[in-house]
Design a protein around this ligand. Structure first.
Ligand code: SAM
Length: 331
């Protein structure tokens, strides 16, 4: 069946609210900021325009649903999430990871970044595929969960963390990082890479708990760190739409994709009851760009000394003034 070109929200080729131009499109918000697709992510992403997305948030299958068990509410429970998470061969998993990471890289803007979640089952493949494709690794964030379920087998350590790889599109690209917003969120100190958030509870699961559902606060922090004003988030593995809720709260545009009917229905419910906020944080990219250049050009210990000096004089000048001044004195 011939389908029309999909455009991202906000472009001239947009369709009207309620109009159904593409059989994969399941929902579009009246303000056109949210578009959800019921489809395989590769089929949708290949039809998005190149360099049209600011941030990819990807929570892909971890390939761990092989019949094992865990402890939930004091009872033994299956770890199986669904057919989409069934174990694959190492080569099969890697080829697939590489395919979707390549598709995402094409639609990322040069300043864009990608967050990819995983654990020991898939994270090494994700990291290797990113290196093969030319992404530049920025940070490995650890999502640490308080009170993890006990390890029933008692033959390994108790898992209490997952990893989120953060990477920019390529080595030359100057990616967006809202440094000041992250520092403010961390009480005036630089944001570190271990993020402690409890799994979703209360309001976040009132419409039902989705397998592997992430907490909104975790994704909100990642998006706040990396989105420009009026940015667009692409979520190839939307699940219950948690990234859509976070994007909406930050006033960003959102494209979510999932091949499960149940996931799309839940995502529509959650996202439509989240009021869109105007974006309030305006990052100072001039200052940040100058800092990036210095960091690339200077030996690390000189850069670290400069950063310490920055903090000492911070009380007297704005961050933008300081960085511009320091950039000027180095060039
Ligand atoms: C780990 S879950 C995402 C959970 C989500 N972060 C949340 O908070 O609810 C992964 C999702 O990817 C979907 N999925 C798996 N393979 C897919 C594919 N090829 N294209 C689109 N979605 C896919 C599954 O249906 C599942 O809902």
């Amino acid at each position: 069946m011939k389908r029309e070109q999909i455009s991202i929200p906000g472009t001239a080729a947009d369709f009207e609210p309620g109009e159904h131009r593409d059989s994969m499109c399941a929902y579009r918000s009246d303000d056109r900021a949210v578009t959800l697709y019921l489809a395989d992510c590769l089929a949708v992403i290949e039809r998005l325009p190149a360099e049209s997305v600011d941030v990819v948030w990807a929570d892909p299958p971890y390939f761990l649903s092989g019949g094992g068990s865990t402890c939930r509410g004091g009872q033994r429970a299956s770890v199986d999430k669904g057919k989409w998470d069934a174990p694959s061969t190492v080569a099969g998993m890697h080829a697939w990871n590489k395919a979707w990471l390549m598709a995402c890289r094409r639609v990322l803007k040069p300043t864009g970044t990608l967050w990819a979640c995983g654990n020991r089952h898939n994270i090494h493949s994700l990291g290797f595929a990113m290196q093969e494709l030319g992404y530049r690794g920025l940070n490995d964030v650890t999502w640490q969960k308080p009170n993890p379920p006990p390890n029933l087998g008692c033959r390994t350590l108790t898992d209490d963390a997952e990893t989120i790889l953060w990477a920019s599109r390529d080595r030359k690209a100057r990616h967006i990082f809202n440094y000041a917003a992250m520092r403010a969120e961390n009480g005036g100190k630089q944001m570190k890479t271990t993020w402690r958030f409890p799994p979703p509870t209360g309001d976040e699961v009132k419409h039902g708990r989705y397998p592997t559902q992430k907490p909104v606060a975790l994704i909100r922090r990642a998006l706040r760190a990396s989105l420009p004003v009026d940015g667009t988030v692409l979520d190839p593995f939307m699940g219950s739409g948690t990234a859509g809720v976070a994007a909406r709260e930050l006033g960003a545009k959102y494209i979510g994709i999932d091949l499960s009917d149940e996931a799309v229905k839940l995502a529509v419910t959650r996202i439509t009851e989240t009021p869109a906020s105007p974006r309030v944080e305006v990052p100072d990219m001039t200052a940040y760009a100058a800092l990036c250049d210095l960091c690339d050009e200077m030996p690390y210990d000189e850069f670290a000394t400069m950063m310490r000096d920055l903090q000492v004089i911070q009380r007297h000048r704005t961050e933008a003034e300081m960085v511009r001044e320091l950039a000027g004195s180095q060039v």
